[in-house]
Design a protein around this ligand. Structure first.
Ligand code: KG4
Ligand code: ZN
Length: 340
């Protein structure tokens, strides 16, 4: 019998609801939050309030678009963590109420695992694109996380490297803030980088042990470099904007790719994927395709809609947990820090 899952995502600043039947996508509604634009980052209190406003209309729309009735849902999956606690509470409370009212299982999902399992969502536009074969190596790059993971099965993953400070998306956003860009700066830097010279400015790479990452030094180097240049030319940033974006992006990608290549060599895995918001970056996608040619990898890049925070990936993870009968009790609590 077909299994139909309602997924709810509310870990950060996107409220999302999705419906999947046997892994096939029926709807995936995402509502962003403009309230954070001028603050240089997500303001937790504003985020929880906006989730509270959006959650019911977003779920309603997901049902309408899917053409599926509440009574047809077999389980509700929600993001249990990691994320902002107040934001997670909105999604988890909604999911609990839905589970109780429909008398169906409740499934708490790890947001990071879900970013990786976005590769397995089946949708009509994805036809012809293979899903990764196990084991596969996934570089998860988002606003809050940067991790290298060996994926042995849908729910069997091992983190083999991670950032010791800032995430890659944070490096884009914080350096963007230094240049007075609104939040999130990543997509703007990506666009402008395509018009600039990636070798115009040189920034030092961190020397971090093993397969771990660090991005906070780059942010500080970028800040001091601009502070010195602006002393000599107050219009330095606007005069060199595209080159600054291109050089910064080139450095971030170089740092990411260096450890990804090392991880592939150490593990011998040649099925390689990226996931998370930063995997929408055009430079990163080019770099991974180039590396694939050189190292004979099979590359997996999720569709743009599934790289950002979305509930389709939560429902997908919920589906695999449903098949394992891995359900949560009604007393389950959200976790701001949540390991898998
Ligand atoms: O996965 P995501 O939607 O949310 C988190 O779980 O963090 O990722 C958001 C992050 C932000 O830091 C944003 O600047 C970055 O992804 N991002 C990008 C691009 N699109 C989104 N960074 C670089 N280039 C992009 N095209
Ligand atoms: Zn995310």
């Amino acid at each position: 019998m077909a299994v139909t899952i309602l997924g709810i995502e509310s870990s950060c600043d996107d409220t999302s609801a999705a419906i999947l039947r046997d892994g096939h996508l029926y709807s995936n509604v995402i509502s962003g939050q403009d309230v954070h634009r001028n603050y240089g980052g997500v303001v937790p209190e504003l985020a929880s309030r906006a989730h509270q406003q959006h959650i019911i209309p977003v779920v309603d729309q997901a049902f309408q678009q899917a053409g599926i009735l509440k009574e047809e849902i077999d389980a509700v999956a929600f993001t249990q963590g990691p994320g902002l606690l107040g934001s997670l509470m909105v999604g988890s409370s909604f999911a609990k109420s839905f589970s109780l009212s429909q008398a169906i299982p409740l499934i708490g999902v790890n947001h990071l695992q879900a970013h990786i399992l976005a590769h397995f969502i089946k949708d009509p536009e994805k036809q012809g694109r293979d899903t990764p074969r196990f084991p596969f190596l996934c570089l998860l790059v988002s606003g809050g996380h940067t991790q290298l993971t060996v994926v042995r099965d849908h729910l069997d993953m091992e983190i083999i490297g991670e950032t010791i400070d800032d995430a890659a998306g944070e490096a884009f956003d914080k350096c963007g803030k230094i240049m007075d860009l609104p939040y999130p700066a990543g997509p703007i830097i990506d666009k402008k980088a395509q018009l600039g010279n990636p070798h115009a400015f040189e920034f030092t790479r961190p020397k971090i042990e093993e397969l771990n990452y660090s991005f906070s030094g780059l942010k500080t180097a970028f800040l001091y470099f601009l502070r010195d240049q602006v002393k000599q030319d107050k219009d330095f940033i606007s005069n060199n904007f595209n080159d600054l974006c291109a050089s910064l992006q080139y450095t971030i990608i170089d740092i990411l790719m260096d450890k990804l290549i090392q991880a592939a060599q150490q593990t011998g895995i040649r099925e390689v994927g990226i996931a998370g918001g930063v995997s929408a970056n055009s430079g990163l996608k080019d770099a991974i395709h180039q590396a694939a040619q050189k190292h004979n990898w099979k590359v997996h890049i999720p569709r743009f809609e599934y790289t950002m925070d979305n509930a389709a990936m939560i429902a997908m993870t919920g589906y695999y947990k449903y098949l394992n009968e891995d359900f949560s009790g009604i007393d389950v609590v959200p976790q701001a820090r949540f390991k898998y």
